[in-house]
Design a protein around this ligand. Structure first.
Ligand code: ATP
Ligand code: MG
Length: 558
């Protein structure tokens, strides 16, 4: 893969567009479209398609249309239209004036259908859906012609117009292209172009009771809008001859369809049908549940849009199917947040520490660096006092050899603060540790001992009287198998431990005013994002990603 000036990688589609520009195939114009069906929220696979289509347009001074493929009125909802627009904008892409709906083109599509009927290239069929399927044949067996196939043009025109008027019931009649019932490509065996659906449409209301099929709407919409490069996923490769046939038979402008492989990710599912099921069955809290592979979920989880774009770029565009490791996406997220996320001190699972030789009423403000990767981020003052919270896991009463954190008699460094030594362990009646007592060495202010003695561990902490209460949600993959998509029943493989809640976390006071959506690094713990469920004085954090990068380590070992 070759990196180009704009940061995007060269791939066969970009090469093709460059060739077309050189040969003047579309007079140097590049017009693409991103065509979601508004029957669910966008997922990371859609982000790949959006980045490709909007990216190509941006790189070539062209334009990319956002076009809703709303040809199936039964499944589509306004909520999805709004959510999809929000997600595309959030990713950083703009369609400018070019927002379209396939339904904007319904009048024109109906005219196109009349043209095909008039020229003898389409006919009204009375076969039922089941019969059509049966007549269609198989990959090894040619199809059979419908008894209605040789209706006269006049009869077809009359019947099709009456279909439109609502004179027939759903399933009673369809309009089919007249192509070739023994074609090796089943899509060419007189595909259905229009069906009767007596349902209102979210945009056209009750104007229509016949609706075009995807194959009849898509290419013609591309043509009407002046799209040059119609980019879609591999499952449409076998539809390309039909795409071309309809436009050529109509004798209208024909864009060029090119297919690429869908993005697949481990430990998740990227199919709206399956995602709808997770939402409707309450397996997740909604489309924006931070465990979902949706853009709304990733936003709530704290993934920056820059990281998603960079991931899509790294994944690249090819014809061959493959599955990308989720860890690679997390790597991109970590990479971005490392540069931008302020560091803060937070304790997920607190244990009280009392520094017995520290004056009771005293508070000191220690200088803490906001982001070592970004000198412009500056520093802040962290309150330090006699009572602190540390991470429960940073103390062990009876530690193994390699444990360098706090334990009885052991001295450690408190981040940005002093050396402290554990002198006592306080337990309740049940024998559980409820408090640690320490002494501090006032000479070690700033974390260095004047006598040069060293400590092996540095731990984080929060001053108890200044701490802000928080709830932290920690995440694991939604599925506990790598390829839930390939299983018979993907629901069975949901990970019961995909979320753990720590409801007694303590965070430093600088976070009091933190806005929902802002992302910070909890030192030593990972990146966390403020959830919109937060209330004043009771923050809710979603773990965005851990600090440890298993993916880049693995790449290194390869
Ligand atoms: P799903 O199976 O998730 O419902 P879809 O293809 O039906 O996907 P659309 O709303 O029709 O969803 O997709 C809009 C665009 O995004 C299409 O061009 C489609 O090819 C593309 N797309 C969908 N899923 C992926 C994916 N996993 N990787 C890349 N592109 C995708
Ligand atoms: Mg689709």
């Amino acid at each position: 893969m070759i990196q180009t000036d704009n940061g995007s990688s060269n791939d066969f589609i970009r090469d093709k567009v460059s060739d077309d520009n050189r040969t003047g195939k579309f007079s140097g114009a590049v017009v693409t479209r991103f065509p979601p069906e508004p029957n669910g929220y966008l997922h990371i696979g859609h982000a790949k398609s959006a980045c490709l289509n909007f990216g190509l347009a941006a790189e070539n001074n062209g334009r990319c249309h956002l076009r809703f493929d709303d040809t199936n009125p039964a499944k589509e909802e306004e909520e999805y239209v709004e959510a999809i627009m929000e997600d595309v904008r959030w990713l950083g892409w703009s369609w400018g004036e070019h927002l379209y709906f396939a339904s904007d083109h319904f009048d024109k599509l109906y005219e196109f259908a009349l043209t095909l009927v008039s020229s003898g290239h389409a006919y009204v069929d009375d076969l039922t859906q089941d019969q059509i399927r049966e007549y269609r044949g198989t990959l090894t067996k040619p199809g059979r012609e419908s008894p209605c196939r040789n209706r006269s043009v006049a009869e077809n025109l009359d019947l099709f117009k009456r279909m439109r008027k609502g004179e027939f019931e759903e399933g009673q009649k369809v309009l089919r292209a007249k192509i070739n019932m023994s074609s090796g490509n089943i899509n060419m065996r007189d595909p259905v172009l229009y069906r009767i659906l007596k349902v209102s449409h979210h945009r056209t209301g009750d104007k229509w009771c016949i609706y075009p099929m995807y194959d009849f709407a898509h290419g013609q919409s591309d043509s009407i809008e002046g799209v040059t490069h119609s980019i879609c996923t591999m499952e449409y490769e076998d539809h390309r001859p039909l795409y071309d046939w309809i436009l050529e038979t109509l004798g209208v402008y024909k864009p060029e369809q090119t297919e690429f492989a869908r993005l697949n990710l481990t430990h998740t599912v990227l199919s709206k049908r399956k995602l709808v099921q997770l939402v409707e069955d309450g397996k997740v809290t909604g489309w924006d549940d931070p465990r979902m592979p949706t853009l709304a979920g990733m936003r709530r989880r704290g993934y920056p849009p820059e990281a998603i774009r960079s991931f899509c770029d790294q994944v690249g565009v090819a014809k061959r199917q493959n599955t990308i490791e989720f860890a690679m996406l997390e790597h991109a997220v970590r990479d971005q947040l490392n540069k931008t996320a302020p560091r803060v001190m937070a304790v997920l699972h607190p244990l009280k520490v009392v520094i017995t030789n520290y004056p009771e009423a005293q508070v000191e403000y220690l200088e803490a660096t906001n982001n070592p990767e970004d000198p412009d981020a500056g520093s802040r003052k962290l309150p330090f006092s006699r009572e602190l919270y540390i991470e429960r896991e940073d103390f062990m009463e009876d530690p193994p050899n390699k444990f360098f954190r706090l334990s009885p008699g052991r001295e450690v460094r408190l981040r940005y603060g002093y050396f402290v030594t554990c002198t006592d362990v306080v337990k309740n009646d049940a024998g559980e540790i409820i408090e640690i007592q320490c002494t501090y060495d006032p000479e070690t202010h700033g974390g260095q001992a004047p006598d040069g003695r060293k400590v092996k561990g540095t731990i984080h902490w929060v001053s108890a009287q200044h701490a802000v209460n928080a709830l932290s949600r920690l995440y694991n993959p939604l599925f506990n198998v790598e390829h839930p998509d390939k299983e018979d029943d993907f629901i069975k493989h949901l990970n019961p431990d995909s979320i753990t809640v720590e409801d007694d976390s303590k965070v430093e006071p600088s976070l009091t005013q933190a806005e929902p959506g802002s992302t910070v690094q909890f030192e030593r713990l990972g990146y966390f994002t403020v959830d919109p469920d937060s209330q004043p004085g009771a923050l809710v954090f979603n773990q965005t990603v851990t600090l440890r990068d298993s993916w880049s380590k693995k790449q290194h070992q390869k």
